[in-house]
Design a protein around this ligand. Sequence first.
Ligand code: ZN
Length: 155
Amino acid sequence: MENAINIIVLHFGFAEDASIATVIASSRMCFTTEEAAIKSLANELLIIFKGKLPSKRSCCEFNMENPANRFCSKCGLNLETEADILDEFYNWLPTLLAMDYNSFGYDEWFEECDYETCWELGLSPIELVGRDRDEIVVIEACADLELAKAVGYKG
Ligand SMILES: [Zn+2]
């Protein structure tokens, strides 16, 4: 039987840094491999995270042409590289534990995303009861690292 994964249970951190709470993500889409499901969720979370960063203007684009520039000389924006952003993304992921629908920005996100394909966070654990084990990916530790690596974070 083919897997139909559509739930990912996330535990952030490791050992004594492990989170005592859990984030459960669910999708209306089904995935045949754990890797595909994790990559899909990670991609979506990265889009949401990037949406929270201040947007670059034309002055910033000009200043980014010189890789030695760390800040825009005109508006002062931090000219982060993709590696910087992935580093911040990795650090941002465990903060999901303390977020609510407002701070996560669900209203804005649901206006942008395709409701049929997007992931939703905040599923109640009761929804796991009676589900087929093959539908669920459980990342028992370091979910932050695993998600960040799925979108290119080098650690
Ligand atoms: Zn600028």
